[in-house]
Each structure stands twice: as C-alpha cells, then as structure tokens.
Design a protein around this ligand. Structure first.
Ligand code: NOJ
Length: 521
C-alpha cells in the first residue's frame, strides 16, 4: 500500500441521512441535523463522514432514486445547507464523502420524463435501456433478468412493445453507459460537487454501470431475491462487473486528480472474487472498494483470517488499500448478525476491534458505536422497496433513527415528540448517546477509546501483519500492537504485553466473544 493520502488509513463514519438527526421536527433526518452533530463525530474520533444521498428524489428508495443530482431535496434542506455541512466538517478536521448514484436515475429525472414522452428509438430513449419485449405481442420482458429488489428487472411502457430495464425498483431506470451523453452528464455532476469542496464520493452499484451489450439471458438464474449479495456472486452475471466499466473509472480518476487535496472515490462493487474487486482500485481507477467479504464472514477465527489473507495480497498487487466493513444501511447490523443480545453485542465490539487493527480504512455505520441491533419493524411501518416487491422484511431494521438522549422516542432525534419515520423501540433509553457518555463501560466509550488508540498506535504502523489461528482464537500482530480475538467457547491465554484495551472483562484470560489489544515493544 503506497502513498500517504488521508483516505488510506481513515476511519469513515456512514451517516444515513434520514436517520441521523432531524433539525425541523418532521421525523426525518436532514442536513442541518447532521451539521449540528458533527462535533459528536469529531469527538468520536473518526476522520471522515460519508453522507448517503440527499439530492432531489421522490424517495422510493430513500434517495438512491435521484431526480436531480445537483440539488438538495427539500426534505433534507438546501444547497446552502450542504455547503454549511461541508464547511463545518472541514473546520472540525473532518472530510466529507457524498454518495453518487450513476447506475440509474429516478423515474422523475428530467431525462427519463423526456424519454417516456419521446418515441422508441429517439435520442431521449437512448440514454436508458429500452428494448422490445419478447413473445407474439411483446408481452414478455426482453430478457430473464430479475430486479435485486425482486420481480422482473423490466417494466413495460404502457401497452407499447417497449420495456425499460431497472436492476432495482421500477422507479429506478438504468442508464445506458454506452451512450457518451451519460458519461458527460456524470463528469459534470462530479465537478459540481468537487467545486463545492467535497472530499470524495461513494459510488453506488459501481459494478453495474455497463451490462453485457447483447443483454442476453442470465444462465442458471437465481429465483429468489438475494439482496446485496447481488448477481455478482452468481455464476453467470451479464449485468454485473463488465470489463468496460473500468474505462468509466479511469475517466473519473482523471477528473478527481484535477482537484487538490487527494479527492477520492470508494466503490460499492459486489464482485465474485477479491481480484475482481481489486480491479476497481487499480492506480488509475477508483481509490477504494468496500470489502464485502468482511461483512459476509461468519463469527469464526479461521473465517476472519481467511478473508484477511485473501484481501491483503490482492490489494497490495494493485497498490490498493484494503477496507473493512461490518455494517451499513443494506445489511443486518453486525451485533444482530453475530447472534444478537449480549453475545451479539460482545462479538460486535470484538469484531470492530479486529477491523481497527488491520491496515487500510474502516467504515463504520451510524449507531454501531452505540451497540444498536436491528429492530423488528412492524409491517405497516416498512418502507424498503424490496418489501413492496417481495413481501420480505428488507432493510428497514438497520435504518431506525439514532437515539441521542432522553428516555422515550424520539430520544432526541429531533425536536418533535412523536415517533420518527421508522418507530424507535421503547427500550432504547440505556442506548442513547447521553446515557452512554455517562458510562465508561459503554460501547460508545469503547469506540472512542479504540479510535484514539488506533490513531496513536496503528495508523502509521505499516502494512505488515502476522496472523495466527489457534483453537478459534485469532491473533494479529501489527507494529507494536497485538490483537487477540476469541471466537471459541473456552477462555484462552492472554497475549503477552501491556493491555491497551479490551472489549470486555479480561482478567487472567481472554473469555469467549472478547478481543484485546496489547502493546509489545
Ligand atoms: C446500493 C445502496 O446501498 C442501496 O441502499 C440501494 O438500494 C441500491 N444500491 C440501489 O441504488
């Protein structure tokens, strides 16, 4: 891993805009809400904040359906609010990464509106993927692809023979990236936000922009929604990870490089191999890619070790920097994934300490520093488009608004007194930021301490790590720090050295579901 750019060792905190902080009491988070809480993030000790989409949008996929890439949705504020957020973050020493959604627009985007009003074969339609249906009356979709959110990936245009492709919701039509107008539009969008001083972009569905040109049927097609494992992990995936997509990122690399300050982009690219993932961070492409193998790894020392051993050389081979992701707004929170309850929360802390040990960047998701778990959201409150398309619970459980203070909803999330857009549970009073700030044994106190120690002992510790797995205990040595995490069911010996931090009581031995950092000279 070469270079000293800020993002190579950064801890990035993901803010899900709707659910972080609500300044105006409408029950939905917004940009001024985020700005007011930036000192909290500075005190937490992160380096950067990634803000999910806040652009004009009908909100069918909560902002991942963009109607205007260069304006702020009134639900979230104004362009002036976005500028104020960036400027306040910079004053506090925090970088800002915004979300870019290039695979699809909203159906309310001016381009799609124009396309629907235009005739088949027109230049307006050529910005999207309109095709003639199959069957005698063109009543069947043009191919067999399924939407990631369930059901066919095609919607028919009225009663014409034309259909349009949407790998996600029908309100998210896919753009045709083989049309140069599309690349030109996004070059302008990048510059618009770079000129407003953002430090980077998180690139949504980075592996999806180019489809195999023939739009042929998928072989061995899945029949169930596989959400965010996506088709990238399927054996045959003509809609994902096509070689031509890399030319897009070479162009973006050049645009980002025109600006001072090591601007960066991080790819959301679900790929079937780590080598395919590393291709997105070749020296002339994007700067980072989320490591979803880390999300998918079970609670197991050999499994964690295997992902580390696979990731580090693949990234090193391209001069890339690894990333470590345990939670985000699309997957179950890691405390829930590792079993939930006291055990899940203990394991989650331990896995976090492991992530923070490793070379590269760590991406945290809001609320994990409070030990939040997924919430069972009642059907009448579910909003995920995949719920409407499939009847499966979807991703709302990890998107419940943050509890800041107080002993009942909305727990200081906003000035209102009612429940926010997804109701918060009645038993979150002990989990609020205010409650945890008062408790030195809280998860929040642990995160603050871990991030401060990471800066001191690990950020500049180089890329070399030594891994050992013994009886479901993983030991990682990096620089002067040794981490041990016990994924087994019996206490293990403590590593030698002076204790820097433990995720739970660890006197005389390392209990199950616990991790420790010790310092050796
Ligand atoms: C990935 C985003 O993280 C997710 O929330 C969204 O639904 C899809 N991309 C579609 O944009």
């Amino acid at each position: 891993m070469s270079g000293r750019e800020w993002w190579r060792q950064a801890v990035v905190y993901q803010v899900y805009v709707r659910s972080f902080a609500d300044s105006d009491g409408d029950g939905v988070g917004d940009l001024p809400g985020i700005t007011s809480r930036l000192p909290y993030l500075r005190d937490l000790g992160v380096d950067a904040v990634w803000v999910t989409p806040f652009y004009r949008s009908p909100q069918h996929d909560h902002g991942y359906d963009v109607a205007d890439y260069t304006d702020v949705d009134p639900l979230f504020g104004t362009l002036a609010d976005a500028d104020a957020l960036v400027s306040r973050a910079h004053d506090l020493g925090l970088k800002v990464i915004v979300d870019l959604v290039p695979n699809h627009t909203s159906h309310e985007h001016a381009w799609f509106q124009a396309a629907m009003a235009a005739r088949p074969g027109s230049p307006e339609r050529a910005r999207y993927l309109f095709r003639t249906g199959r069957g005698a009356d063109a009543g069947e979709p043009p191919n067999n692809w399924l939407s990631v959110f369930g059901g066919p990936a095609w919607t028919r245009v009225g009663d014409t023979d034309q259909w349009h492709l949407h790998l996600f919701d029908s309100t998210q039509p896919d753009l045709d990236w083989r049309n140069p107008e599309v690349a030109a539009m996004f070059a302008d969008v990048l510059r618009f936000w770079l000129d407003r001083d953002v430090d980077g972009f998180r690139v949504d569905v980075a592996h999806g922009l180019l489809k195999e040109e023939s739009l042929r049927d998928q072989r061995g097609q899945r029949t169930e929604v596989d959400h965010f494992e996506m088709g990238g992990l399927a054996e045959d995936a003509p809609m994902w990870d096509q070689p031509e997509v890399h030319e897009v990122y070479r162009q973006w690399h050049r645009i980002l490089a025109e600006y001072a300050g090591d601007r960066m982009a991080v790819a959301e690219a679900w790929t079937s191999t780590v080598e395919a993932n590393a291709a997105y961070v070749r020296p002339d492409e994007l700067h980072q890619a989320f490591n979803f193998d880390w999300v998918l790894a079970p609670w197991s020392a050999p499994a964690f070790a295997e992902v580390i051993e696979r990731t580090l050389p693949a990234m090193a081979a391209v001069g890339g920097t690894p990333t470590w992701v345990l939670s985000n707004h699309d997957v179950q929170r890691h405390a829930t994934r590792y079993g939930g309850g006291a055990v899940g929360r203990a394991r989650a802390r331990a896995a976090t300490l492991l992530s923070l040990t490793l070379p590269g960047s760590a991406y945290l998701y809001q609320g994990e520093e409070l030990g939040l778990e997924d919430v069972e959201v009642a059907p009448e409150h579910r909003q995920d488009p995949s719920w409407f398309r499939t009847g499966q619970p979807g991703r709302d459980g990890c998107r419940v608004p943050m509890p800041w203070s107080g002993d009942r909803p909305p727990y200081g999330f906003g000035p209102g007194t009612g429940q926010p857009w997804i109701p918060q549970p009645d038993d979150w009073a002990p989990l609020t930021v205010a409650a945890q700030e008062a408790d030195p044994a809280s998860t929040l106190a642990f995160y603050r301490r871990a991030l401060a120690l990471r800066r001191e002992w690990l950020r500049d510790a180089g890329d070399d790590v030594t891994l050992t797995v013994l009886d479901d205990v993983l030991t990682v040595r990096r620089g002067q720090v040794t981490l041990a995490v016990n994924c087994g069911s019996r206490a293990a010996p403590l590593p030698a050295g002076e204790t820097l931090l433990a995720t739970g009581p660890a006197d005389g031995g390392l209990p199950p579901d616990t991790a420790i950092w010790v310092r050796t000279s």
